[in-house]
Design a protein around this ligand. Sequence first.
Ligand code: FE
Ligand code: FE
Ligand code: ZN
Length: 296
Amino acid sequence: MIYLGSHVGLSAPNYFEDSVTTALSCGENTFMFYTGAPQNTKRIPLEKLKIEEGKRLIAEAGLDLAKIVAHAPYIINPATKKEATREIALKMLSLELERVEEFGVSWMVLHPGSAVDISLEEALRNAAETIDLGIEGAPKSHVTICIETMAGKGREIGKTFEEISRIISLSKYPERLGVCLDTCHINDAGYDVFDVDGVLDQFDRMIGLSKLKVVHLNDSKNPRGSHKDRHENVGEGTIGFETLEKWLKNPRLEGIPFELETPWVNQKTPNKAEVEMLRKGVYVPDWKKEILAKSD
Ligand code: FE
Ligand code: FE
Ligand code: ZN
């Protein structure tokens, strides 16, 4: 079974219920959401988020809640040494672990953070420690933290499978950790994204393929090794349609949720068209024009 969806919003007035509706309207059988604004610490109380209504829609549509993914806010920098930043990271990580538990989903993607003014090794140690303390601060949560592979922009850590493997082995709770592989990020980090099996072999050797829980399926605006992290629409970037389809349909990745995080086109979601093309395996060269025309 192929699970393909996208990052959808969680906004007023119907929050989670609308997230599900949006995903379904794009022909998706999985999706990814943030439980609040990714760039700040303001959180709307769970009672207002229409979680039960959303779960009902999920069940009615025959979707599997276990294939739906949460993403932790990216203001969390687990690798930091600064006390104030660290406190926010810890508080938010525990809070999000408990909030995500209430949605009934199993996986929460987390960026491992940036090594600001410290060595790589120190940053990896900090990340493992913050993750451990975050888990300990959320005793009621069973959610697995999926560390995302990063592009290596600035001082970002997690740009190699070795670094991610190191965080997992430094943690006291390796069984609570998984990995989210982002195709744009690994391309920008320098991996040969066109050789899907070769990358998966490397992943298997360094981390173990059983740890791979989520894939972010994105094209990239930049060439391999650019360390930029700018996502592009499916088939419009340097990775290309064929390679993205190869990732989605690789038998070793069966059952893993694939989430698109592609830029909007003219203030409209491109995900319906992208999902349809990828599922069918047919790229429509002018697909963006259709979306642009609709807005007039
Ligand atoms: Fe991410
Ligand atoms: Fe991503
Ligand atoms: Zn990115």
